[in-house]
Design a binder for this molecule. Sequence first.
Ligand SMILES: Cc1cc2nc3c(=O)[nH]c(=O)nc-3n(C[C@H](O)[C@H](O)[C@H](O)COP(=O)(O)OP(=O)(O)OC[C@H]3O[C@@H](n4cnc5c(N)ncnc54)[C@H](O)[C@@H]3O)c2cc1C
Length: 532
Amino acid sequence: MAIDDGIESRKKEVIGIIGAGISGLLACKYCISKGFDPIVFESESSIGGVWTKTMGSTKLQTPKPFYQFSDYPWPESVTEMFPDQQTVLEYIESYASHFDLIRHIQFNNKVLSLSYECNGNSSIRGDGEWNVWGDNADVFNSNGKWNVRVQDTRTLSTQVYQVDFAVVCVGRFSQVPNIPEFPQNKGPEAFEGEVIHSMDYSKMDPKSAANFVRGKHVAVVGFLRSGQDIARECSMVNGIEHPCTVVIRTLHWNLPDYFPWGLNLGYLYLNRFSELMVHKPGEGLFLSLLATAFSPLRWGFSKFVESYIKYKHKLAKHGTVPEHSFLNDLSSCSLAVVPEGFYDRVEEGSIKLIKKAENFGFSKEGIVFEGQAEPVKFDLVILATGFKGIDKLKHIFESPNYQEFIAGSDDSTTVPLYRECIHPLIPQLAIIGFSESLSNLFTSEIRCRWLAELLDGKFKLPSIEVMEKDIGEWDKYKKRYSYRKYYRRSCIAALHIWHTDQLCKDIGWNPKRKKGRLAEWFQPYGPQDYSV
Ligand SMILES: Cc1cc2nc3c(=O)[nH]c(=O)nc-3n(C[C@H](O)[C@H](O)[C@H](O)COP(=O)(O)OP(=O)(O)OC[C@H]3O[C@@H](n4cnc5c(N)ncnc54)[C@H](O)[C@@H]3O)c2cc1C
């Protein structure tokens, strides 16, 4: 089905979308629905983003009903609650072909840089021209354009496109690995074995990955999604003869499933009632008092879930009980669903968990942990230490000013995005898919719908000052509830309804989507509530 069938007047403004992962596809679909004819630049030869690059054994972490397109449910043939990587990819491909999105995509087109030009000048904050972004002005400016410098990855030739609005959907979990900092002369170069990042492991086909780890003493550094998946795969190849060691630098409340003591987690954390327990950005006195009054309940909910995880995973026995609360992990999107059978493998001894200091270095034979003289010997170290999503985003901008606007001058800021989409000081541009939630498909979709309405002139952005104030309130919230530096993930999971309500109100939709008061307060909210 082509979604522009029946749209009579085509809009003349050119929208350039960078990336054809879930966010880019959604941006494309909703721009088309408003009569635009977007161009999507995708550096790879296929769609799907991270889902083309993960290990075959990786499964969806979010229950399927929360990770689905609001107008395109999972096919009935997919019966698992957590489909595997291939099935997720097929679902995304089927969505793109159903809505005829592929013809808008230029594959093997890598965006090297974006530069803004207004009246022939590249722009920084100044008087006058900044009124065009906000202050009830139009989102488009006939004098302002983005120059998109694109490289054809097959021929290496470059071309510059001019677009009226840029939507950056480059994702945050790929391309720029987060390599820890090591003490001088104690980096991977000091090690006689091999050190790779999880993204290089994920690129291998299952047979090559098995051969690569076979018979080796392997350490996996990191204890979130990729670390657990790799350790499990590695333990299946090497068994108890060569146990795979997981080096845990930061403990997390990783879930066995979404049903603590038989209760759906959605009823504890993903409904309106649960959000009453949390202080919200921009809340009034009444909601603030309510959140304070509910704080014992908030604590009780956390303890309830924690007790279940402790029991199921025998955390005390393994010495892996986190010091912070479950709510802290949820509020920073820093938890994972543990792969099936992971802790059975810990029990049988094919996976060893070791909690060591956050800082470590390498010696000839292996890893040297802070405060320990002797190294722990390994042949291969796999760094499942995540990605530098902010760096990737920042370096797409040519202007050093825009780079600084994105990254902030130090590590104490999140990427400041109004409605998690718009930087108040970067005109004619939106960023989708940076800020996280428990279902990134759901949040990317609702943001793309909001963006399409904005581009269509259904509502205007407020002034820069109002946007900055709102961002400041969200920043305070993120710092208050997230675990340490993890607030930089810009996670809205524990307030996803509050966030979505704001978007709905801007568009002029009724944010209350349930039938009946009880359902409104207590039923979890998901994509299907927004299918129009
Ligand atoms: C292993 C793994 C499991 C996950 N599981 C879940 C889950 O269960 N639930 C959940 O909510 N989220 C999960 N996520 C998060 C996941 O990132 C999002 O769900 C979602 O797929 C992100 O889509 P995206 O389009 O924003 O980014 P991406 O999928 O990263 O897509 C970005 C696209 O942009 C392209 N691109 C990048 N730079 C350029 C450039 N310069 N020029 C042109 N193209 C470019 C890339 O090639 C890519 O196709 C998981 C992530 C990983 C890595």
